[in-house]
Design a protein around this ligand. Structure first.
Ligand SMILES: [Zn+2]
Length: 227
């Protein structure tokens, strides 16, 4: 027992300054390999050319392009609508709840179009809607981080520590699928449910959806959004 504990305590904690999930290396500019590729696309070309395995990794530009494709633009009617709701500062809890529900409705419309938010847009929403006293704020972080396409761009300083901790992950390699945002999962699940087709989400996705529904600030079934 003693030896097990000792071995574990000798283990170096992940120290990549960007993701904190993998080990940094000086050869990769003191980042982990994946973060190095994202941050130094030019320098990493050399490493990528060394092995075909690295060709399976998305470049920063490819990820940006995919994010544009799968999220709403700041010029879209949806985003303008959200900005209208937030035109005036949120000054009390009742107004915050109303704004959250109105924005939730717009998020369901976005999901129906198979689109998501960017991590940056989710960060803007968290900034504008976070409670001054901090209570219940974690539920709001769940709500917005669960709508993000580029989950690898989530940051604890911008999206809140809960939003970052639960939803941040590295992008997949090219042969694997991206994690679907929970808002998209919810749309697929509940629209299929009406047609009695349940099979489109895997168990892991069903679990993620379930825990999100229990974490967000209100009961979505009580809202009349049909989603
Ligand atoms: Zn990293």
């Amino acid at each position: 027992m003693t030896s097990i504990v000792k071995t574990q305590s000798n283990k170096k904690a992940p120290d990549c300054p960007s993701c904190m999930k993998f080990h940094k290396a000086s050869i990769f500019e003191d980042y982990c390999f994946r973060c190095f590729i994202l941050k130094f696309p030019e320098k990493s070309k050399h490493f990528i050319s060394l092995s075909p395995m690295f060709k399976e990794i998305y470049t920063g530009d490819e990820l940006k392009e995919l994010t544009l494709e799968h999220s709403i633009s700041d010029n879209s009617g949806y985003w303008k609508g959200i900005k209208m709701i937030l035109k005036n500062p949120i000054c009390d809890e009742q107004i915050r709840q109303i704004a959250l529900k109105e924005i939730y409705y717009i998020l369901t419309l976005i999901a129906k179009k198979s689109k998501c938010l960017t991590a940056e847009q989710a960060g803007f929403l968290w900034e504008r809607l976070k409670p001054t006293e901090g209570y219940k704020g974690w539920r709001i972080q769940h709500l917005f981080a669960g709508c993000v396409f580029d989950y690898w761009n989530l940051k604890n300083t911008i999206n809140g520590s809960v939003g970052w901790c639960y939803y941040h992950a590295r992008p997949p390699i090219k042969t694997k699928k991206f994690r679907r945002s929970i808002m998209i999962l919810k749309f697929i699940h509940f629209s299929n449910k009406q047609e009695r087709i349940y099979k489109k989400l895997n168990n892991r996705e069903k679990g993620r959806l379930e825990s999100w529904l229990q974490s967000i600030p209100f009961d979505t079934m009580a809202l009349n959004t049909h989603l």
